[in-house]
Ligand binder design. Structure first.
Ligand code: ADP
Ligand code: MG
Length: 882
């Protein structure tokens, strides 16, 4: 690398430093010939992350400059690895021909790749969106204008974009719902105004946080910017007004950032979808994870999730939409019914359903293919895939017509558009199986362009031209056996046999002697040869020109193609939900505006699939205003957690627009679903603490409304029994009396069943078990009434604890469970009952207090007054002796 020689390096390193100064938070890939070089800290980071050898260059007598490089050819893979680890990579190219450069070659950053803004396929997962979000909490603004502050503090504006699909969402929310929103969008990168990082939701620790200057979030500035971006005069057409400063400010900052990353021009983005509070149900991170909606608790894959049961979609955009529906169930009855109507149609028409599923199978990721075309990034193969996908739309339309009598499906059918002209152009202009890149193999089909056809004809030997030259020369020389041929070394030649050599005219130049004769060239033949050779080059540039034109044509239709993609996605999801409903025996839930939640023979959609068919025991559940809280007791492994989650999943599925695993369901729309799992049962966080459990519980008590569904599993378990019972008790009272929401509380603390005496809308249920001889049979059936005990000791016995231990445990239990529950514990803990100093467990192992033990045996109802008096005297005397 001669450019690094002492003489040349100073200006070069100056250029480097100047460019790096403008891209400080990115790893700078600095193009030098066939390598991208990284220097200083970038080199050290890259060598650590990518395992590159770190070298150093002597920087003109000064300290060594650490250096690491990757070959340009392999750069894609290195960029991918860095970005996947959460780094930004700025690609700096040589922007002039090094041979023509005077002094240091001009260089410019042409693109910055970040986790949130990636277009390369290997950085994307087809089944999920790759969002980047800008988040602006209104009250942290420096109120640049009086109007901007209107709307009040606590409002949060979120702008989200998926550059790979062109999808844009402007979301108005509030501080409390920000966490759930982020959990739903799962952005890879979040933009925030400088110094507001601390306000970000804690659960998004896996996203790259990018701080931007706070003026970039300025709403008035953003209004102009967005209007220009979308080519509109005002944002009112998007439904955005003066009170939307937070959303608009966030959007402005987002687009500014995106343009900065793509200085050559941002791919066209779709019209924003504006979301207001109340449209979608905010699902907080813990609920999303506990219900295992899209990510399993163990391992984080999709296995064992609701998504894995429902996702039989045929297209990537369908898969992404289904995921969005699951993560953002609706809260508006009419909107829910509209989806359910669509699913019902496809359930009722199996032929249309199959036709639809077959048809969408032929449609590839139109959304991303279109975005790539708009970004001038599609390969010939991708552009053809877009054409083929569009060509598959008539089949989708005809499947749609079978079910499009009314409602949303009719709407889609009448607005149907399949961009058939574009489809026709792409499919006829491109060869059937184009190569990955323009070059050797044809991209543009024959018969499309006369110039290209002529060039190809020429390249392929210009058979006619050759035949003509051959005929002309035969006539001129009178040598009938004269032949024009071609070989790789000499190019085109005229071959004359030995016997005819005397007829060769003077303008023939000898090139080669062969056994049968001689080979010559002529100026006319040379000229032809040049045309043939240059034809190859001209073919490539002509193909590129035509291809770029086609791609630009497709790219300019992006808005339309995004519409099309969205419609296909929706049809795919509706038909898929119908397919799952038919296969799994789901029913359409009745959605009502009332409070009630009634599930008949409900099943857990995931657990039932892990068992042989019909082995899962269905359960009924009814929560109405005057029976709104259920305490669910039963031993370990009875099925409490399963029934609890199944309630949450059924409600969520219904509000997402899906049929549900039950024989009937009546669902009063809920505004939120909360699921919490007690610390020791909580598999979600390895290092889960009681503190986490309590702060989550507290968040529920602060956010839930009477329209919410609260599902608590073993809350209070993460601390000592009596703390736990007390907290669980008070929490239940608060939910029952204060919030009045639908609540199911699964607990193995059967003490909580006593709450029913106090709270009139509370019901006890237990998951039944039968003792059969030495065995406990888990019936997995919900029955009215509380469990009488925890069965922990039975389980211990089944597990093989020694008989003496079991017996002793029974005695201790009897003691603890007597009327003396609390006093008994006090007594055990009091100084008059000193613990064996060496062994805390001695507390329980010590002989029980005989007075307490006798009291525990007393049945007050059968004592006569005289017996009572004499027993009291006896016990008092005994107590005094001690
Ligand atoms: P708990 O929370 O009461 O300890 P779980 O809900 O974790 O119990 O259930 C334990 C196991 O019992 C589950 O893994 C499942 O295999 C089985 N199970 C639960 N409910 C049912 C059911 N309704 N039908 C059949 N099997 C069930
Ligand atoms: Mg459980």
């Amino acid at each position: 690398m001669t450019t690094m020689s002492t003489a040349a390096q100073t200006p070069l390193m100056q250029q480097y430093r100047e460019i790096k100064g403008r891209h400080q938070n990115a790893i700078l890939f600095f193009r030098m010939g066939e390598f991208y070089e990284m220097f200083y800290d970038d080199a050290e980071t890259a060598s650590r992350v990518l395992g590159l050898t770190l070298t150093s260059r002597n920087n003109g007598g000064a300290a060594d400059v650490p250096l690491a490089g990757v070959p340009v050819k392999a750069a894609g893979d290195y960029v991918r690895r860095l970005v996947q680890q959460g780094f930004r990579v700025a690609i700096c190219e040589q922007t002039e021909d090094p041979r023509l450069a005077k002094g240091v070659v001009r260089r410019e950053v042409i693109e910055t790749v970040t986790p949130g803004v990636a277009l390369a396929d290997d950085l994307l997962d087809g089944t999920r969106n790759n969002f980047i979000c800008a988040v602006l909490v209104d009250d942290e603004r420096e109120t640049p204008s009086a109007g901007a502050a209107a709307g009040g503090a606590g409002r949060v504006g979120v702008a989200a974009a998926d550059v790979s699909t062109g999808e844009v969402r402007f979301i108005e929310t509030n501080v409390a719902d920000l966490d759930p929103l982020m959990a739903r969008l799962a952005p890879r990168e979040i933009l925030v105004p400088a110094a507001s990082r601390a306000r970000l939701p804690s659960s998004r620790s896996d996203a790259l946080v990018t701080e931007r200057e706070s003026w970039e979030f300025d709403a008035p500035l953003a209004v102009e910017d967005l209007a220009r971006q979308y080519g509109v005069l005002s944002l009112e057409g998007f439904g955005l007004g003066p009170s939307d400063a937070a959303v608009v400010g966030a959007a402005g900052a987002l687009f500014r950032y995106l343009r900065e990353l793509q200085p050559a021009g941002l791919p066209q983005m779709a019209r924003p979808i504006v979301e207001r509070p109340g449209g979608a149900m905010p699902l907080d991170e813990m609920t999303r994870r506990n219900l295992e909606l899209v990510e399993s608790l163990r391992g984080g894959g999709t296995e064992g999730t609701l998504l894995s049961v429902l996702d039989r979609t045929g297209t990537p955009m369908g898969a992404r939409l289904l995921r969005q529906w699951i993560l953002a169930p609706l809260t508006n009855r009419v909107a829910i019914e509209a989806r359910l109507d669509g699913v019902s149609k496809f359930v009722a028409e199996p032929i249309a359903r199959e036709a639809m599923r077959d048809a969408v199978d032929g449609v590839r990721d139109v959304e991303r293919l279109a975005a790539k075309a708009a970004a001038h990034r599609s390969t010939p193969r991708e552009l053809r895939a877009l054409g083929d996908s569009l060509a598959a739309l008539p089949a989708v339309a005809s499947a749609l017509r079978r079910v499009a009598a009314s409602g949303r499906l009719a709407e889609m059918s009448s607005a149907w558009d399949e961009a058939s002209e574009l489809a026709g152009r792409l499919c006829s202009a491109l060869v059937e199986r184009p190569p990955l890149a323009i070059g050797e193999d044809a991209v543009i089909a024959a018969g499309v362009d006369a110039e290209l056809d002529a060039l190809r004809e020429l390249r392929d030997g210009g058979r006619d031209a050759i035949a003509k030259i051959q005929a002309d020369e035969r006539a001129r020389t009178g040598i009938p056996s004269l032949k024009v041929g071609f070989n790789k070394v000499f190019g085109y030649y005229i071959e004359v046999t030995k016997s005819n050599l005397h007829l060769v005219p003077p303008d023939f130049q000898r090139r080669q002697t062969i056994t049968s004769g001689e080979r010559f060239v002529t100026p006319a033949l040379k000229e032809h040869e040049e045309r043939v050779l240059s034809a190859a080059e001209r073919i490539e540039s002509r193909e590129r020109e035509l291809f770029d034109g086609l791609r630009a044509e497709a790219g300019s239709e992006i808005a339309r193609l995004q519409q099309i993609a969205r419609r296909v996605a929706e049809l795919d999801v509706l038909a898929t939900l119908a397919d799952v409903a038919a296969r799994e025996g789901y029913v359409r839930p009745a959605i009502v505006d009332g409070f009630e939640l009634e599930i008949t023979a409900g099943r857990h959609p995931v657990v039932e699939r892990m068992m042989p068919r019909d082995k899962f025991i269905p359960n009924d559940l009814r929560l109405v205003e005057d029976a709104r809280v259920i305490i669910l007791t039963g031993p370990n492994m009875a099925g409490k957690s399963t029934v609890l989650r199944q309630i949450g999943l059924i409600v969520l599925m219904a509000q997402a627009g899906s049929f549900v695993p039950a024989s009937a369901a009546r669902i009063g729309v809920v505004d939120r679903i909360f699921t919490r799992v007690g610390a020791s049962d909580n598999l979600v966080r390895g290092q889960s603490t009681f503190m986490v459990e309590m702060s989550e519980t507290s968040a529920i008590l602060h956010t839930a409304t009477a329209r919410s569904l609260v599902l608590l599993d073993e809350i209070g378990r993460g601390t000592a029994t009596y703390d736990g019972v007390s907290i669980a008790w008070a929490v239940t009272e608060h939910l029952h009396n204060g919030i009045c929401c639908k609540t199911v509380f699964a607990t193995h603390y059967h003490e909580l069943t006593q709450l029913a005496d106090e709270l009139d809308a509370l019901r006890n249920f237990n998951v039944a078990v039968r003792e059969a001889g030495d065995q406990i049979l888990f019936l997995h059936r919900l029955e009215p009434g509380g469990a009488d005990r925890s069965y922990g000791i039975e389980v211990g016995r089944l597990a093989g604890l020694p008989a003496e231990v079991i017996q002793r445990a029974r005695r201790v239990l009897a003691l603890l469970e007597g009327e003396q529950l609390v006093r008994g514990l006090d007594a055990l803990a009091s100084p008059r009952q000193p613990a064996t100093p060496t062994d805390q467990l001695g507390l329980f192992a010590a002989a029980p207090d005989p007075v307490v033990e006798q009291l525990a045996q007393v049945d007050v109802n059968t004592l006569t007054p005289l017996e009572a008096l004499s027993l009291l005297a006896k016990l008092a005397a005994e107590a005094k002796r001690r």
